[in-house]
Design a binder for this molecule. Structure first.
Ligand code: PLP
Length: 405
């Protein structure tokens, strides 16, 4: 079971147990959407299934120098608090990876994964009752974090790809504009995106910038897949768009690019006034990420081309996964980045996604993720599955043999 699934399940269960007519947990916690994988996950484990549902990296391999430095740091006695906002070396290494420079001393905060970064940004920027715009489909934790901040999600539909002629999840400019108003405080972007694998274009970002300017809205841009953009495309960050730079916050992570999702290292990039507030909130939420792990990351050439072959490796895994899914009769947009394919199952079955996922698990011992939690409208989600492709060639070969006997 993923942690987020377990937590959401507990919160929902406890909120139902009223004490003297009053719920035992906050309304906010009770509103966190229930995780969808728990039961399937247990079933998959029992059957020894291949898990293509969760994003936990099976590829690339964790860089050996990182592990060696971490061991050395632990043995060398780096076991106490670091500066809450992060060690100087790791902040410098992260800053060096940006196309548009950031000051590691005043504009970067090292966080406990991108997950904490998102929560710190929301807790710092929005008040209960404010509206936060989300592009739908979305990474399920976005909705949970917005609810936990007491804010209200305002969904903007990304329209389904209409075959080869219009392969994108299309953002309608009028629908986007209609989502903004006096109550809008922030918009959460995700490029490359989970679950669609789509990146936002310069044109999309300019359009969003104009609306944010008009309504005085801050952009929270989740760019945890910045180093996993394929086919030699450059990553376009909101920090690279002059009209967005000063009203944007970037959420980043080393979890997937460096296959260290268990180390919990992420960051927040923002202008100095915001960074000062973020660092205070971050002191309250976690008071810093693991010191020896930060030190290890700070001593390693984190983002040099030779050490970071993840994008190349995952683009091959994407192509292999795409071939398997196409042969199963699924249709999808080829991801430009990230580690997921969002596939329409209607070419392969009349079943809804949960029934399909359960049948594939029973017949082939491969676990896929049902699409519903990624969509505001369950009816839309029922036609999709999400498939993680950050897996080794051996695992994908075994999945192929099971799915296409
Ligand atoms: C879009 C997105 N943001 C954030 C995260 C979580 O990142 P981290 O492991 O750094 O907390 C994920 C993990 O799947 C993700 O897909």
């Amino acid at each position: 079971m993923t942690t987020e699934a377990a937590t959401a399940e507990t919160a929902t269960a406890v909120s139902a147990t009223a004490t003297g007519g009053r719920a035992a947990v906050s309304e906010r916690a009770g509103r966190i959407p229930k995780g969808n994988l728990a039961e399937l996950f247990l079933l998959a484990r029992e059957r020894g299934a291949i898990d293509l549902a969760v994003g936990t990296p099976g590829a690339p391999e964790t860089p050996k120098p990182l592990v060696e430095e971490a061991v050395r740091a632990l043995r060398g006695g780096v076991n106490q608090y670091e500066l809450p906002h992060g060690g100087a070396d790791i902040r410098r290494r992260i800053a060096e990876s940006f196309t548009t420079p950031a000051d590691p001393d005043t504009e970067l905060t090292v966080t406990v994964g991108g997950t904490e970064a998102l929560c710190v940004a929301l807790f710092s920027l929005v008040d209960p009752g404010d509206e936060v715009v989300l592009l739908d489909p979305y990474y399920e934790n976005f909705l949970g974090a917005v609810e936990l901040a007491g804010a209200r999600p305002k969904f903007v539909r990304l329209h389904e790809p209409e075959g080869p002629a219009s392969p994108d999840w299309r953002l309608d400019p009028d629908e986007l504009a209609a989502a903004f108003g006096p109550a809008t405080r922030a918009i959460i972007l995700n490029t490359p995106a989970n679950p669609t694998g789509q990146t936002l274009s310069a044109e999309d970002l300019e359009r969003i910038a104009a609306l944010c300017e008009r309504w005085d809205v801050t952009v929270i841009s989740d760019e945890v897949y910045a180093n996993l953009v394929f086919d030699d495309r450059p990553h376009l960050s909101v920090a690279d768009v002059p009209s967005l730079r000063d009203r944007s916050v970037v959420v980043g992570s080393l979890s997937k690019s460096h296959a260290i999702s268990g180390w919990r290292l992420g960051f927040l990039r923002a202008r100095p006034e915001l960074t000062r507030v973020f660092r205070r909130v971050h002191e309250i939420t976690t008071n810093g990420a693991g010191a020896p792990l930060q030190l290890a990351a700070g001593l390693t050439d984190l983002f040099d081309a030779a050490s970071l072959t993840a994008a190349k490796e995952l683009s091959q895994a994407r192509d292999e996964t795409a071939d398997i899914l196409a042969r199963m009769g699924l249709t999808f947009r080829l991801p430009e980045g990230g580690c997921f394919v969002l596939a329409d199952i209607r070419g392969a079955t009349d079943e809804d996604c949960r029934t399909f996922v359960r049948r594939v698990l029973e017949e082939s011992s491969v676990l896929l993720a049902p699409g519903t939690p990624f969509f505001a409208d369950e009816e839309r989600g029922r036609n999709y599955v999400r498939v993680a492709f950050n897996r080794s060639p051996q695992i994908l070969a075994a999945a192929r043999a099971r799915l296409l006997p």
